[in-house]
Structure formats: C-alpha cells, structure tokens
Design a protein around this ligand. Sequence first.
Ligand code: AMP
Length: 477
Amino acid sequence: MTQDTTRPNRSGKPRQNASGQPRGERGPKPAFRGGNAKPTTNHRRHRDEPEEKFIRRAIPDIDTPFTRMGIDARVAVNLPPMGIDAPSPIQEKAIPGIVEGRDLLGLAQTGTGKTAAFGLPMLTRLLNIGRKPEPRTCRALILAPTRELATQIAANIDAYAAGTAIRQFRVVGGASINTQTMRMERGVDVLIATPGRLIDLIERGAVDLSQTKYLVLDEADQMLDIGFIHALRRIAKMLPRERQTLLFSATMPKLMEELADSYLTDPLKVAVNPPGQAAAKIAQGVHFVNQGDKATLLAEYLAKHREELAIVFGRTKHGSEKLSKLLEKWGYKVAAIHGNKSQGQRERALSGFRAGETKVLVATDVAARGLDIPEVAHVYNYDLPNVPENYVHRIGRTARAGRDGRAIAFCAPAEIGELRAIEKAMKAPIPVVGGEVPFEAAKIRERGGPAGRGGPAGQQPARKRPARRPSRAPKSA
Ligand code: AMP
C-alpha cells in the first residue's frame, strides 16, 4: 500500500489522459482554466519531482458528468482512465447532496461505487481549503471496520486524488504505532482508520479530531458486528459538532438506527440494492452435504474452474486455516486470511490473490468483507454464516464490475436453521444445485417457508429422508 507520498499508477496500467489515451500519446493538450498553466515552485516538494505534477494542479477545463455534479475538475480528470465515465446509481443519488453539504445515510454495499460517492465530494471540498492541516489533525476521517477495507479505500483515494496535493494516511492495527504517531505529527488531509487503532492513537495524544469537519463511517453495520460501538461513541464525542457526516451500511439493524441518530443531522437517505437483496448477476445455489464431506465437495467444485478465482468462507479462524492447508496438500494454489494472520501475511495473501498467483482464498467474514477483486468468479460458503446478513456480504465478493459470478452454499444437516434464516433475510429461496434435501429443509419448503414459494428451489423434488448425522464431527472450518 502506498501511503502519503507515493502516487499509485492505478493498477499498473499506463497513465492516461481524460479521454482515455495513454500519456505521451495524446493529441492537443487540454485547455486549462485560468490561463496560467505555468509551472509554479512549491517548496514543500522535492526538487527533482517531475514537473508534470505542477502542471496537473492547474484546473483542467473539462466537462464531465462528475464536474456537472459539482466535482472538482482536478479530481474528475482522474476518473475516465480508471473506467469511471458516468456516475453509478449511488453516486448519482448521493453526490449532489454531499456536495451541498448534507449529511447522508447510504444503504449500499461495496461494489456499488460508494467509495467514489463519498471520496469525490470529500476531495472537492478539501481542494478548496488551500492550507496545510495543523499538526496531529486530520481534515477528513474515514472509519472502516477492517484493515483490508481501509487499505482498499486508501488506494481509491490515492487514485482519485492523483496529481493534487491531497494526502491520505491509513492507520490500522498490526502496523507500527510509533511510525503512525510520527507521521501524524505533520497532520494529514484524510485519515483512514480502523476505530480501535484510532482510539489508541488518540489516547497517546497522537491524533486530535477537533478540526475534523468531514466524517465517513464505512460499512458501519460491520463495525457494530465487530463490537466497535463503544469506540464509535467515544470518537463521536471528540469531533466538532459542526461537521458533515456520511454513514454507509449494507444493512440497517436496530443498533444502526441508534448510531445514525446520534451521528447524523437531517440526513439525505439513499439506498441502492436494498439490504438483503443480492446482486442480480450472482447465480446462487445451495448444495446439501454432510459436514465431513464438504472438503471433498469443495475440491470437486474447484477442480472444474481451476483457472478462476474463488473465495471460500469458513466460520472459524482455526477451521479456515485447516481447510487451506488441506487444499494446499491437494495441489491447489491457496492462501488464507483470518484474524490470526499478521497484517503482513494478510496483505501478502491478498496481493497474491489479486495478481492471480493464488486462485483460492480461504477467509473468515472479518477478513474478507468489503474486498473488491473483480476477477473473483466463485464464492463458496463452506460454512453458512450464523448472521444471515453476512451471506449477502460474502456473495457480494463476486459478480463485481459488471461480471457474472457464482455463489454456492454448502449446507450440512446441522445448518438448516442458518439456511432458513438466510432465505428469510433474502426474501427468496436459494436454488438447490446438489445433494439431498434433508428432511427438515424439505418440511420447511413444503410448509411454504421462505424456500418453498416458487423459484427453482421450490420446484426441486423434496425427498423426505431423515437427515443423516454428519459422518465426522463438524469441525473442519
Ligand atoms: P466501491 O463500491 O467503492 O468499492 O467500488 C467498486 C469498484 O467500482 C471500484 O473498483 C471502483 O473503481 C469502481 N467504480 C466506482 N464508481 C464507478 C463508476 N461510476 N463507473 C465504473 N466503475 C466505478
């Protein structure tokens, strides 16, 4: 992860201009507003930095759907080379209100373009301040539940802010707190933090939130699931009353309403993909299988799509680790991410997976939520989540960026209750793609439970056989 001073070259692709041409191959130079595109000296910069950066800081005279919504041209110019030409639904609904200064309650999952929905107006606002932040302060604070999501947000902000003087800094657990303390001495425009580490830094006197006028709570429901509610309440008290707050959540549990009430003032409410509804492009299925046979079944599925990326969700850290070792033994290129892995191990596992060097990622919920890797073609719910909403988040790791994706849930006899809860939350049955429908599930379907009303699952012949006990104790993940 680059932080603060280095600029990413956006997924390693050659830098391009606003019309999508690689740099150096563009035709006439874009016109610049204000007439004075002359490079200026900036003493904060290193002398041998390329001159181009100074030129880029002039305001490009461009007209795009984003500039028309009030996004600063210095930011909007970075979007077309990233394939962002027109606003996504959440951006269309949220950006004008955010630009106006409204608080926002956004019901949206990762993958909808919500990072740009809050990031672009935030950068627009910061660009117009024109002063350096005070020591230890941040102008904007983005709170995220996991290190991985914080890292992803940081990479996006870097890309959107490329060529501007705006700097972000990411503070997460598992990295040196002393280095973070030292960096915060200078203050930063955008601080991206997990709540736990932010509290640690505040307690050390390394971070002062008294000047933070822009706050984003991303994946707020997961922050609550992880137990960050107390940290969030403490952080809320340290922020200035006069600020703009944006809260994004994929689901809206009761506790979230309370959190939203305490954080937001007259918020604009925006929802895309209402909670509980999985993205339409995901082909879902449930495969009934004894717990002891799940690993073999998984290997069969993986063997059919060896070259495609797959995420396998396990419930426990220990189980996920054991499963990844087993798959490795069976010859799969596999990595695992869960709470027992160090920050370095998690980042290495993710970068290997992103690069396609490892094809299978075994993960627990905490580690994998919010991941945005468009090449993920398959999600396997090796263990069904006991929080139904997590099913929606898990399967949302596939069918990203307009692609198709498949999500298969492995349901053991002991997991019928979880399956039922998931189908209830989704308000739709999951089609049966394999195995024998256990007695208990068949009964629910017959009674016209969530899985019995229409849909491919309902059409499946429900064999009335008593559920067999798992052949082995269900402990393998
Ligand atoms: P997010 O929901 O913020 O995690 O965004 C998911 C992905 O969508 C990221 O890779 C973004 O770069 C991409 N993206 C965001 N906005 C747009 C857009 N308007 N058009 C196309 N891609 C977008």
